[in-house]
Design a binder for this molecule. Structure first.
Ligand code: AHR
Length: 312
C-alpha cells in the first residue's frame, strides 16, 4: 500500500512539474555562421537542462519568417518569447501584439530599433565596442597607416551597423587609415569568399591593401580561402581581423593566416534564460540592456582559446 502511495505521489509530482514547465518560443535568425549554430546549440542545451519546453524556429535569414514565428508563439500561448532579430527595423507591430497577449518578449544577441517598453530586456553584446576594438588593434598593428578592405555583415543587421560605425570612429582619428572597398558578404563563408574574389580583381591582387577587416569570422575565413587561391598570403603581408572567436578562426591564427578576432560569446543561453526565468518568477529590476562582455584575441592565446572552457 505504501509502495502504491509512493508511486502515485511520484506520478502526481511528475505531472505537476510537467504542467508547470515553462514554454519559451525562440525565433532564431538562421544558421549563417559558426557563431550562430553554436548559439542555437547552446540555447537548446540550456533550455533542456532547465526543463524548459523550447519552441524553436529558424527563420533562415528572413525577418518576415520571424514575424510569422512570433505570431505562432502567441497563438500557442507560450510563457515567454525570445527573439534574435535578423534586422533592427520593423518590429513594433509584432511586439505590440505580444504585449497585448501579455507575453513578455526578450531580445537576444542583436538589437531592435523599437520602443523599449515593448520588450523586457535585451541580452547581448556591444557591437559598437567590437568595431572599436578591431579598429584600435589595427591602428596599433599598422602604426596608423593602412588601406583597408571591409567585408560587411548582413544589410540592416545590428552587428553590421554597430561594428561598421565603431570601426569607422576609431580610424577617423588616423588621417592615413581609410577604407578603400566595402561590400556585404552576408555573414557567410561563401559571401566573404565571393566578395574577396571581387576585391582581389578590382585592386590588382590587393596591391597597396594593408588589411582585411571582416564583420565576422566566417566571412574572413572565406576571404582567406579566396586569397590563398590567388597565391596571396593572408596574415603575413596583409593584416586580417574579424569578430566572433569561433574555433576555426583560432585554428587559422595558429596556421599564421589571420591576426586577431574580437570574441563574441556564443554560450549565452544561460544569461538569456536566467533573465527569462527570473522575470517569469517575479523579478522585475532588470536593466533594459544586459551586456555580454567581449574581448580581443590574437595568435598568442589562440591555442588556449581552443581548449574546453570551464563548465562547457
Ligand atoms: O549577431 C551576431 C552575429 O551574427 C555574429 O557575429 C555573426 O557571425 C552572426 O551571423
Amino acid at each position: 500500500m505504501s509502495r502504491l502511495a509512493a508511486l502515485l505521489g511520484a506520478a502526481l509530482l511528475a505531472m505537476a512539474t510537467a504542467a508547470s514547465a515553462e514554454t519559451v518560443g525562440f525565433s532564431q535568425v538562421g544558421a549563417e555562421s559558426d557563431w550562430r549554430t553554436a548559439f542555437t546549440a547552446d540555447m537548446r542545451a540550456e533550455a533542456k537542462s532547465r526543463g524548459i519546453d523550447l519552441h524553436f524556429d529558424d527563420a533562415q535569414g528572413h525577418v518576415e519568417r520571424q514575424y510569422a514565428a512570433v505570431r505562432r508563439f502567441i497563438a500557442e500561448h507560450v510563457d515567454a518569447i525570445v527573439i534574435a532579430p535578423a534586422v533592427v527595423t520593423g518590429w513594433s507591430p509584432v511586439l505590440t501584439e505580444a504585449q497585448a497577449a501579455h507575453i513578455p518578449v526578450f531580445i537576444a544577441d542583436r538589437s531592435v530599433d523599437a520602443e523599449p517598453s515593448l520588450f523586457v530586456a535585451r541580452i547581448g553584446n556591444d557591437t559598437n565596442l567590437e568595431g572599436r576594438l578591431a579598429g584600435s588593434w589595427l591602428a596599433q598593428a599598422s602604426r596608423g597607416r593602412c588601406s583597408i578592405v571591409e567585408l560587411q555583415g548582413s544589410v540592416g543587421a545590428a552587428p553590421t551597423i554597430g561594428r561598421k560605425t565603431g570601426f569607422a570612429a576609431v580610424i577617423a582619428q588616423f588621417p592615413s587609415m581609410r577604407i578603400i572597398r566595402s561590400e556585404t558578404g552576408d555573414f557567410t563563408f561563401e559571401g566573404g569568399k565571393r566578395v574577396m574574389e571581387g576585391f582581389i580583381k578590382s585592386t590588382d591582387g590587393l596591391k597597396d591593401v594593408c588589411a582585411v577587416w571582416a564583420h565576422n569570422d566566417d566571412m574572413l575565413l572565406g576571404a582567406i580561402a579566396a586569397m590563398k587561391a590567388a597565391s596571396l598570403h593572408p596574415g603575413k603581408n596583409v593584416l586580417m581581423i574579424s569578430v566572433d572567436g569561433v574555433p576555426n578562426i583560432y585554428r587559422a591564427m595558429l596556421a599564421g593566416e589571420t591576426n586577431a578576432s574580437v570574441e563574441v560569446k556564443s554560450d549565452i543561453g544561460k544569461y538569456i534564460l536566467d533573465v527569462v526565468q527570473g522575470y517569469l518568477h517575479g523579478k522585475r529590476d532588470y536593466p533594459k540592456w544586459v551586456v555580454i562582455p567581449t574581448d580581443l584575441h590574437t595568435p598568442e592565446d589562440a591555442a588556449k582559446m581552443l581548449l574546453p572552457r570551464p563548465g562547457s
